[in-house]
Design a protein. Sequence first.
Length: 270
Amino acid sequence: MQDILTAPFLVEMVRTATNMYNHGWDERNGGNISLLLGEEEVAEYLDVGAVIREIPTGFEAPALDGKYFLVTGTGKYFKNIQYDPARNLGVIHVSDGGRTARLLWGFTDGGSFTSELPAHLMSHAARLAVSPGNRVIMHCHPSNLLAMTYIHDLDSCSFTRTLWQMCTECIMVFPDGVNVLPWMLCGTNEIGAATAKQMESARLVVWAQHGIYGAGADLDETFGLIETAEKAAEIYMKIAHLPWKNTITDDALRQLARRFQLTPREGFLE
């Protein structure tokens, strides 16, 4: 059996978490990531029948029963993941209709999975229902997107349209738009369910005055989604207080959609 520290999925998770911290998106223990794994790739590095301990999830996720995930730990600092992956990450096997997470590797200090696991697993289930290739849910606190929620209407349509207008590539990267939730108490099943509902129609969900959730087929795609939206929000925050003489018009956005064979979110362009 191979050393799990050399597993491509673990190496990429460490690299991504480090990049997120270096971008300033994950201060202290802010943020969390979950990566869906196949049993075959896990079995190359771990005995899938050797359970270290069982951890109650506090909710049900029958659609994910039997699935394997690499997840960040609760209270863990992203800056430390690269130095001690086994302490800060864990591989879990979801069982008992989603009510139990069987720890197969990691959390060596006796820790547990992120407190946002309900939001992650609910979002995984929602995205898999509309996009079977989805493997990643990523949560972080990008400064400009967070700042934008203080001064911009929280309507998903207008929020998306503003981001699309900030940079030509935005409509190409997230034509499905960005959904926005008002402030809610984090770490609860309620915000998890609300996020999952929004994930049915978009891969990016902003939590007002908190951060963002992103979903994608792999870590690079999901990181890139958030990175692009955050760049657009940065441009907006730099010019929001200034008179605008130019912008990317809806006609221009439609031209981009036609040129790159995209389908912009229905109703999001005037």
